[in-house]
Write a protein that binds this ligand. Structure first.
Ligand code: GDD
Ligand code: MN
Length: 370
């Protein structure tokens, strides 16, 4: 392969580094990679979601000095898994690694991982693991995060039948061909691309694990938050339905359920506090629940394209419109079902489900149109 002069610059390995506000980590990371991968032909691709701190500009500055540094600068998009997928797809190397851009992942094991992949062509994946002999979360995670990570690992291993010791790792190396065979089934939204990949490969991959110690973050801060945890729960459901629904759909339904709680709480409070008729109280509750659903979907379900300022108001109004039509569909379907099968719960559920489905599809097209 490498003897063909036309291709002698083709990298053996592409390292994909998703970044969001990691400007001060870019140069140190490239320096460390140069040391760790001496003697190998490699490149690094930073996939940056237009970080406000100017990470992409910094990568371009480094790339002007070093031809094996590239950047994919994404505008108006957010998401760790999607960034990794895009970076991997941009590579022509036979082997691709994914690692964080904040120096928490130990780059010194990359050469060993690469050599393992090159020595065994059947090996699809090498995971850098915190949970095998010699590896650990070190000081990289707080006690709460450590607990969360362990719990998520236990759940994923059970529900998704994953055997790897650290499916939550954001640090791994995958053969490009193997990745191609699962990429169509992967979720763009979410944080845990490795767990998704392992589940999509249905246990058919040959994998190996290399221990590493998760380092403490020096610059910048973690983007892991409660939204990420909810995304992970949604990922589990996506996988358990065999990938029939998307993370976005599940988040939308979770928000819808929260809207029911908001609705009933508001209804009760208004009736207690004001001398108004039931119809008025119910109307207030509907508007409050729709507003709360809009706000939650805007920051959670659509956190990759959150509407702000004027767009927020326009979105809110369009969401009211969408949900009003959904309510009409809801009542129509429920009434029709009830006429045939007079079980109130069944008819009520059917109506609510169709209404929610309409709201999901229509708001995706109208309110949060990409
Ligand atoms: N492009 C892009 N878009 N990059 C992102 C985004 C995003 O929306 N969110 C986070 N990143 C980048 C960060 O800049 C960092 O380089 C990397 O993804 C990991 O994000 P952190 O916020 O540092 O995550 P963490 O340290 O809490 O957790 C990481 O390490 C764990 C251990 O391997 C993640 O990789 C976890 O998935 C992993 O379990
Ligand atoms: Mn980190």
């Amino acid at each position: 392969m490498a003897s063909d002069p036309q291709h002698s610059t083709t990298p053996e390995l592409t390292i994909v580094v998703p970044t969001y506000n990691e400007r001060d980590n870019v140069r140190p990371l490239v320096d460390l990679l140069e040391k760790a991968l001496e003697g190998h032909r490699w490149e690094v691709v930073f996939v940056d979601d237009d970080s406000p701190d100017g990470t992409a500009r910094e990568v371009r500055a480094v790339a002007r000095e070093k031809p094996n540094v590239r950047v994919i600068h994404r505008i108006g998009r957010r998401g760790l898994a999607g960034a990794c997928i895009e970076g991997i797809l941009s590579s022509v190397a036979p082997i691709v690694a994914v690692m964080d851009g904040d120096l928490q992942h130990d780059e010194t094991i990359l050469a060993q991982m690469l050599e393992m992949m090159q020595a065994d062509p059947d090996l699809d994946l090498v995971i850098a693991s915190r949970n095998v002999e010699g590896g650990s979360s070190g000081n990289g995670l707080s006690a709460v995060r450590k607990w969360g990570s362990d719990t998520a690992t236990a759940i994923a291993r059970r529900l998704l039948r994953i055997t790897a010791s650290d499916p939550m790792s954001g640090f791994f190396m995958v053969r490009r061909n193997s990745f191609n065979s699962v990429v169509l089934g992967l979720q763009q939204q979410g944080f845990k691309i490795l767990a998704d990949m392992l589940s999509a490969s249905r246990g058919g991959w040959k994998m190996a694990e290399v221990p590493y110690v998760f380092r403490e973050r020096q610059h910048g801060e973690s983007k892991m938050d409660s939204a990420v945890a909810l995304e992970f729960l949604s990922l589990l459901l996506v996988r358990m339905t065999g990938g029939m629904v998307s993370i976005r759909f599940i988040l939308f339904m979770i928000v819808g359920l929260s809207g029911l709680v908001v609705h009933l709480t508001t209804l009760r409070l208004v009736m207690l506090a004001f001398p108004v008729s039931f119809a008025v109280a119910q109307t207030v509750a509907v508007v409050v629940a729709m507003t709360s659903n809009f706000i939650l979907n805007n920051v959670l379900t659509y956190k990759d394209r959150t509407l702000r300022g004027r767009d927020f108001l326009r979105g809110l109004l369009s969401f009211y419109g969408v949900c009003s039509v959904g309510a009409v569909a809801n009542v129509g379907v429920a009434t029709a079902v009830y006429a045939v099968l007079p079980f109130w719960a069944l008819a009520g559920f059917a109506g609510a489900f169709v209404g929610a489905l309409w709201n999901f599809v229509a708001s995706a097209l109208v309110t949060w149109k990409s």
